[in-house]
Design a protein around this ligand. Structure first.
Ligand code: SF4
Length: 334
């Protein structure tokens, strides 16, 4: 590896960095830990394009971690609706309250790791970006770049972590991480990497091989099991009956249409309004939407005209759309 590889990486970052609302410009004082933390939690499993407008709404509503810590759970969960992976939102609430209780944001990766919902990667990313610690924040982009630089077919995480920390020598750790994130997202892409635009090509074993896409070897994806469930559309006087899902488990604490358990066989009646197919991380689901007339479970009536603002997660928002595509008489008679 030529000695100035990190400098070339940073120069490429300075010339090309993505302007994102949670970042400061390269070389300028670090963004505050609240913004870095919130963005890192939102970006887990969600694309940058989807996160940007949601991040701005969130920050507009709760500009400080103290404000977030004081917010009602229901308000935070409904603001999170549509971002998916709702355990993140519940951990976010617990984490904000713990930080507010302590009176300050922890400043090291080791301390951050103790907070609810903050794993090794997120702790390292916050410590490096917000507090300048040389912490090995290895996400999939960083992993891919170093696997290719070193010609690894099998990813060796600890080696990649050490290589990343070496890159931080003489540089701002946050800039190095964000430079690698950007490089992995826009140049060293999983498919068709743009090696001709890469500041590290002179040091790259994968590029030298002539087949950079071969590194690292792709992981085999296991087939997802499929499940079936039913959601009940219960309508009265322009209102629909909504319940809150149990605190723990999938979509925990979120508003939902009531319904039965999700099972391995299709048990829905033939008189369904329609079906929504939804893919979770570990399984896919067909959710049949059926009409019922009497309220089920603990819940409340929500005006149908304002259902968009109720904070339904994507699965139930789509189930409601299936019901509302049918004329009102059909919804009552199905
Ligand atoms: Fe990735 Fe190509 Fe750059 Fe190597 S030269 S790091 S494969 S973009």
């Amino acid at each position: 590896m030529t000695a100035n590889a990190a400098s070339r990486l940073i120069q490429h970052y300075v010339d090309n960095f993505r302007r994102l609302p949670w970042r400061s410009s390269p070389g300028s004082p670090a963004a505050g830990p609240y913004r870095v933390w919130l963005s890192e939690v939102m970006l887990q499993q969600t694309t940058v394009a989807a996160v940007v407008p949601r991040f701005q709404r969130f920050i507009g509503r709760w500009p400080t971690i103290e404000a977030l810590a004081e917010a009602r759970d229901e308000d935070i969960l409904s603001e999170w609706a549509g971002l998916g992976y709702y355990a993140r939102a519940r951990n976010l609430i617990a984490c904000a309250r713990e930080i507010a209780r302590r009176g300050r944001f922890p400043t090291t990766a080791a301390e951050l790791r103790q907070l609810p919902g903050i794993g090794a990667y997120t702790a390292a990313a916050i410590a490096a970006i917000a507090f300048g610690e040389k912490a090995a924040a290895v996400d999939t982009n960083v992993e891919r770049v170093f696997a290719r630089l070193d010609g690894m077919t099998q990813v060796r995480r600890s080696q990649i972590g050490s290589r990343l920390v070496d890159f931080m020598d003489g540089q701002q750790p946050g800039d190095v991480i964000q430079a690698l994130m950007d490089l992995g997202a826009s140049v060293c892409r999983p498919r068709q990497p743009r090696c001709d635009a890469c500041p590290l090509s002179a040091d790259c074993a994968a590029f030298a091989s002539g087949e950079p896409e071969r590194f690292p070897a792709r992981r085999e994806h296991k087939a997802r099991p499929h499940r079936y469930g039913t959601a009940w559309w219960i309508e009265r006087d322009g209102h629909v009956w909504l319940v809150r899902r149990p605190e723990t488990g999938l979509l925990g604490g979120m508003l939902a249409l009531p319904g039965g358990d999700w099972v391995d066989a299709d048990m829905a009646a033939d008189m369904r309004l329609g079906t929504v197919r939804h893919v979770f991380t570990h399984f896919s689901l067909d959710l049949a939407v059926e009409v019922r007339t009497e309220p089920v479970g603990e819940g409340s009536w929500h005006p149908i005209a304002r259902l968009r603002d109720a904070g339904l997660p994507t699965l139930y928002r789509r189930a409601a759309e299936v019901a509302l595509k049918r004329p009102r008489e059909a919804r009552a008679a199905a």
